[in-house]
Design a protein around this ligand. Structure first.
Ligand code: OOB
Length: 542
């Protein structure tokens, strides 16, 4: 018998509200009406305008025939249309699946297989990539997709801008009303987030309206965010971190302003902090490194408005944490350990620098149940490393439509197995210590080696391939593939790059380094010795 999560047991928690995210948007609109809600590189909208634009697309999507509970893939980069489309899908009672702009055929087709979505809403172009040919191919191959909707000027079956016009007609005719859409219950699935690590089939994370709002609210509380807060969404907003930790949702909940960075370059990030007087932002360590460097030599950059810098998604080296504290002394560093599955740990704004440098803080909710266990799932003493497990108000009890994976990733009693090594410190904080389950954390994006290995082995000339994570100064870890060829001929990285790109794999999963090998180094029990491979990969550069 699988564990069933009882949401009612969390009723009474401060910040817990049984409400749909659509009704929540109505509430914040009534509260903060003419304040600026969101700014992107093109324009800004007030809360009231945001709500109205959500309605326009929602009526348009409804007229098209998208029904409650239908799944809709949303693949749009950091711009206003992402936020408006996301909440429009939610408003009609449908369920958005948040896809990263970096996803290609492999990832999108994987999502389709698991979730049978009815619509795919995709940006026309971003960062030089034309999504249309890919999206059309995907739609042709899929039996579930009925609508290809494009955020842009051309292509697909429908354009967002035409859907807006059609939605406006409903509203102008006076036929639109509050009862038009089917209301979702706060305990229904509100969004499907994507898990970083996939093993062939992507893992979809069903977050309920209520738990996701709670996630954003508790995060905002920990950051002491209020209506004067200006949040910069610097990471891709399909990620949980910038979307809801506190991110867009947590900041809008307190009436603050959200600024969307259209790309993740240090130039864009630092200039927006200066221009928009940003008070809080979230970065991964690899981006932080570049931003620190740039702020040192560019004198026009003024980051004096920045009060809180959240850093998470991957291990933050102590030396880099110390560098932030020394160089950006007016702002508070907050370490964030987070997962899209739920659990969030933040260091506290009142913690001493030494604590902030050395750990990833405490769970953000009093109702979080966090355990650190050995391989028999028994708790280990404080100060010892084990696997981090979590259950609680906003942590999922299982992935969507994935019984087999759930048996491995969750305990019988409903704890999520993060696959991360962690320990409790003296002060009761958690300190992370790398991965237990195989996964490469490349600048915050997660790669599962077996997914890449399986694709590589589809190459006729490849007999065996092993992918490992190699410590890297800039990326945290880079990925390196070792190749044993069928014919003894060596592979260049170029060839591997094109092969995997043609297979439709997201760019960040393509190995940064390619090495050829004749004989595998083996462990004493005869398995491929991956530690040895990592050393080999490092030695090439020494
Ligand atoms: C965030 O979420 P995901 O789902 O992309 O990745 C979660 C994994 C964790 O299991 C852990 O392996 C790693 O990312 N991680 C960290 C970390 N924060 C996340 N490893 C070491 N130190 C940290 N501070 O990455 C995410 C979601 C919400 C907020 C922040 C990050």
């Amino acid at each position: 018998m699988r564990y069933i999560k009882d949401m009612t047991k969390y009723e009474g928690l401060n910040g817990w509200e049984r409400i749909s995210l659509s009704d929540w948007v109505r509430n914040i609109t009534n509260k903060y009406s003419d304040r600026i809600a969101i700014v992107d590189s093109q324009r800004e909208v007030t809360y009231r305008e945001l709500d109205r634009e959500i309605d326009e697309i929602a009526y348009g999507l409804y007229k098209l025939g998208i029904a409650p509970k239908d799944k809709v893939i949303v693949q749009i980069p950091n711009r206003l249309s992402f936020v408006i489309t996301l909440f429009a899908v939610i408003r009609i009672g449908a369920i958005p699946i948040l896809a990263l702009p970096a996803y290609r055929e492999t990832e999108i087709e994987g999502i389709i297989k698991v979730a049978s979505p009815k619509a795919y809403i995709v940006a026309e172009k971003y960062m030089g990539f034309d999504y249309l040919p890919m999206a059309k191919r995907i739609k042709e191959e899929s039996s579930s997709l009925e609508f290809l909707i494009v955020d842009g000027e051309r292509g697909g079956d429908y354009l967002i801008k035409d859907i807006i016009i059609s939605g406006r007609e409903v509203m102008d005719s006076g036929n639109g009303s509050e009862d038009f859409f089917t209301k979702s219950d706060g305990y229904d699935t509100g969004v499907l987030l994507l898990s970083g690590g996939t093993t062939g089939v992507p893992k979809l994370i069903p977050r309920t309206h209520t738990d996701y709002l709670y996630n954003g609210r508790m995060s905002a509380l920990k950051c002491r965010a209020d209506s004067n807060s200006v949040y910069l969404a610097a990471l891709p907003i399909a990620h949980n971190f910038p979307l809801c930790c506190p991110g867009i949702i947590g900041i809008l909940d307190v009436g603050g302003k959200v600024v969307l960075a259209s790309n993740t370059t240090p130039d864009e990030i630092l200039n927006l902090i200066s221009e928009e007087k940003v008070t809080i932002t979230a970065l991964v360590p690899a981006m932080l490194n570049l931003c620190l460097e740039m702020s040192e030599w560019d004198e026009d950059i003024d980051i004096s408005s920045l009060e809180i810098l959240q850093v998470g998604g991957a291990m933050l080296e102590e030396s880099l944490a110390q560098k932030v504290i020394d160089s950006w002394s007016d702002c508070k560093l907050m370490q964030v350990f987070g997962t899209a599955e739920g659990l969030l740990c933040f260091t506290d704004l009142s913690d001493d620098d030494e604590v902030v440098v050395n750990c990833q803080g405490k769970p953000i909710s009093e109702a979080d149940e966090v355990k650190i266990v050995d391989s028999d799932l028994k708790e280990v003493p404080r100060g010892e490393f084990g696997e981090l497990l979590s259950r609680g108000p906003y942590t999922i009890p299982g992935y969507f439509n994935a019984d087999e994976v759930n048996r491995i990733s969750f305990t019988e009693d409903g704890f999520y197995r993060t696959g991360d090594r962690a320990m409790w410190t003296e002060e009761g904080n958690i300190r992370m210590g790398g991965r237990i389950k195989e996964q490469i954390n490349r600048a915050g994006e997660k790669i599962t080696p077996s997914e890449v290995e399986a694709l590589l082995c589809q190459n006729e000339r490849i007999k065996e391939a092993v992918v490992v994570g190699v410590p890297d100064e800039e990326l945290g870890f880079r990925s390196c593939s070792f190749i044993l060829s069928e014919d003894g001929e060596e592979f260049e990285r170029e060839e591997i790059y094109h092969f995997l790109k043609n297979k439709g794999l997201a760019g960040y999963k393509i190995p940064d380094q390619v090495e050829n090998i004749d004989v595998w180094p083996l462990t004493s029990v005869g398995k491929i010795d991956k530690k040895q491979l990592v050393k080999l990969a490092q030695n090439v550069f020494e």
